[in-house]
Design a protein around this ligand. Structure first.
Ligand code: F3S
Length: 270
């Protein structure tokens, strides 16, 4: 079986940096929220002694690790007020979205975020703003009242959908600033996965079902070719491969290399 792995599959630099930073930290630290959407990595960190919590009130003694998705300024303040040490692994590209949105709001723009309002990254961005609007589809544009707006995106959104939303908003709102804040890692991954999907009979997308960027990859590839989303090799099914000669594999930003390698080896042996 011919298997091709898409370029840029697996950890992005934001996730790699976050994991590197915490590697050298006190393993009694608390990790606020989900550091990474991958059960194997999370289980390993728990075995090393790291504790996971969603609630700052539960933390007696720090340090507190902030994930690559970032948190709002009020959460950082709350941690500092408790006198806890902070290990901040927020991706610089997420920090940039915080900076851009705060500045634009100061200039009088109401911020529209294209993203998932339940996602940690989006919660962190909206937590710093006065009256942001979060939209996840083009149909929600009709509910936006007249005004002066700035559009940004969650860093892991679909590039094409962001373009569609930008174009639709331009038709409706004359006073509009658009800042494309989808990160370079997401863009390269989506582009290379799409290219590969056009050449193969089946795409396998590896990553957690809770990972925004992995779900996006599966959606994008499934518009081109038959696509299966698995979390690891245990999700593979024999019948998917019958009659297929060339399989494409891609993986989300929170999928470790060792899981990708295991999946590729199993498919190659078919
Ligand atoms: Fe950063 Fe993009 Fe990864 S925002 S955490 S490089 S998916």
């Amino acid at each position: 079986m011919k298997v091709t792995l898409a370029e840029y599959s697996g950890f992005c630099f934001g996730v790699s940096n976050a994991l590197k930073k915490i590697k050298n930290s006190n393993s009694n630290a608390y990790i606020l929220g989900k550091l990474i959407h991958n059960n194997e990595v999370v289980d390993e960190l728990k075995r090393k002694g790291f504790k996971f919590t969603e609630n700052i009130a539960e933390i007696g003694k720090g340090p507190v690790i902030i994930s690559a998705h970032g948190v709002s300024d009020s959460i950082t303040k709350e941690i500092k007020e408790k006198g806890l040490e902070i290990i901040d692994t927020t991706c610089p590209l997420v920090k940039n979205v915080h900076k851009i949105t705060k500045e634009l709001e100061k200039q009088g723009y109401r911020i529209i975020i294209f993203g998932d309002k339940e996602h940690t990254e989006v919660k962190g961005i909206i937590g710093n703003l006065n009256s942001p609007i979060v939209i996840s589809s083009i149909s929600e544009i009709r509910n936006i009242p007249k005004g002066k707006y700035a559009l940004v995106s969650q860093t892991t959104q679909d590039v094409l959908k962001f373009k569609e939303i930008s174009d639709k908003l331009k038709e409706k709102i004359s006073d509009l600033v658009i800042k494309d804040t989808i990160c370079s890692a997401t863009k390269s991954r989506q582009e290379k996965s799409k290219e590969l999907a056009k050449k193969v009979g089946l795409m396998i997308v590896i990553g957690s079902r809770h990972s925004a960027n992995t779900k996006r990859l599966a959606e994008i590839c499934s518009k081109i070719v038959e696509t299966k989303h698995i979390e690891n090799e245990s999700g593979l099914k024999e019948e998917w491969f019958s009659g297929k000669q060339h399989i494409g594999v891609t993986a989300g930003a929170s999928t470790p290399d060792y899981i990708i390698k295991r999946v590729v080896e199993i498919i190659k042996a078919k």
